[in-house]
Design a protein around this ligand. Structure first.
Ligand SMILES: *Cc1c(COP(=O)(O)O)cnc(C)c1O
Length: 366
């Protein structure tokens, strides 16, 4: 069996006619940047998740950067976030000369622990960036309430959670700004780099739209310092097709996750609180005893690919060493980083493949 960690080829085959047609239309139009598919995608995204405004942007990383720029984040500001995430979350804070301030995660959801946020707030705090990790929204009501009490903005890093819900509202529409990524392996992916930003404030949306296009407010009239953060027409055309199938894929993902959860033993499995749904950007499990690396190697031998998201928390990364955090600073994140690993997962994982993965794991851990 040749199991793919994420089966993008099967997905392309399933939608090939529609995708090829959409791509051909863009090629024919020659409007490769700011073509019709861009505005179309923005309307579709906004309709999907219920946020009044959506902007297509060049990547999730750029979306984080643009969000921070839109808030006026600058040198000396502090931004609270989680150390258990992909580097981009903290990296964009640092890139602007602001200081990432880490708060440890909750052991059940792997998301920032709201109970620990308040003690990290100072007079320099500008914003909070919770991450909805592995596709599960963070506890946004609690986080928004803390932010409101201290007059801070909340940016949801929803790069892994587009399509998930929290108290029946869609991720990306749970805070002042929501940002997501359409990197190919994310729950909704394009065929290269891509992302989007969401908000419900017209003035903020205008500012975001301007910053992502060099701060322009009119042709060659630049109000803000910005960047080239546009998403090109081809990627938008691909996303418009994939979005039509996305709800169906989410249902499939939930079904596949349920089968893993019902059949795997001797591992700590994902826990989804009652008030949320997950899109399972990763189906990540924890091995609390035994040697993770040996288990992953044995799985590899049986043709089951795995990955570790993430092996080294951000406060221990060399690029952020100047922040002065040391080992032991965030014990929950450090523990989860030692125990976690992700299984092959996508809406196109076949029943046979999944049975084989489950049998292999249960045989190894039995
Ligand atoms: C993928 C990801 C990003 C970055 O998105 P890109 O589109 O790859 O730039 C940021 N934050 C998190 C949590 C991610 O998973």
């Amino acid at each position: 069996m040749n199991i793919q960690f994420i089966n993008l080829k099967a997905q392309y085959k399933a939608y090939k006619d529609e995708i090829d047609t959409a791509i051909a239309e863009v090629l024919d139009s020659s409007a490769y940047v700011m073509g019709a598919s861009v505005g179309e995608l923005e309307s579709n995204l906004s309709a999907f998740c219920g946020a009044r405004y959506a902007r297509a942007v060049s990547s999730g990383t750029d979306a984080l950067l643009i969000a921070l720029l839109a808030l006026g984040t600058q040198r000396g500001d502090e931004v609270i976030t989680t150390p258990f995430t992909f580097i981009a979350t903290a990296e964009m804070i640092a890139l602007l000369g602001a200081k990432p301030v880490f708060v440890d995660i909750d052991e059940m959801t792997y998301n920032i622990d709201p109970e620990k946020i308040e003690s990290a707030i100072t007079s320099r705090t500008k914003a909070i960036i919770p991450v909805s990790l592995y596709g599960l929204p963070a506890d946004m009501d609690k986080i928004n309430a803390i932010a409101k009490a201290h007059n801070l903005a909340v940016i949801e890093d929803a790069c892994q959670s587009f399509g998930a819900t929290y108290k029946s509202k869609y991720s990306c529409n749970l805070s002042y700004i929501g940002v997501t990524s359409f990197f190919p392996s994310k729950p909704l992916g394009c065929y290269g780099d891509g992302g989007a930003m969401f908000c419900n404030d017209e003035a903020l949306d205008e500012k975001i739209g301007s910053i992502l296009n060099h701060g322009q407010i009119g042709r060659y009239i630049h109000k803000y310092i910005g960047l080239n953060g546009r998403l090109d027409s081809l990627q938008c055309a691909v996303l418009n097709v994939k979005l039509r199938h996305f709800k169906e894929e989410i249902a499939k993902r939930e079904q596949i996750a349920r089968i893993y959860t019902e059949n795997l033993h001797n591992l700590i499995l994902p826990v989804i609180p009652q008030d949320r749904t997950s899109v399972y950007a990763q189906y990540s499990v924890r091995l609390t005893s035994g040697n993770r690396e040996a288990v992953l190697e044995a799985l590899q031998h049986r043709g089951v690919p795995t990955a570790v998201h993430y092996p080294l928390p951000l406060h221990l990364q060399e690029s952020l060493a100047y922040l002065g955090y040391t080992k032991g600073a965030f014990p929950v994140s450090e523990k989860i980083a030692r125990e976690i690993f992700s299984l092959p997962f996508s809406a196109f994982l076949s029943e046979q493949e999944q049975s084989y993965i489950i049998e292999s794991l249960n045989a190894l851990l039995g």
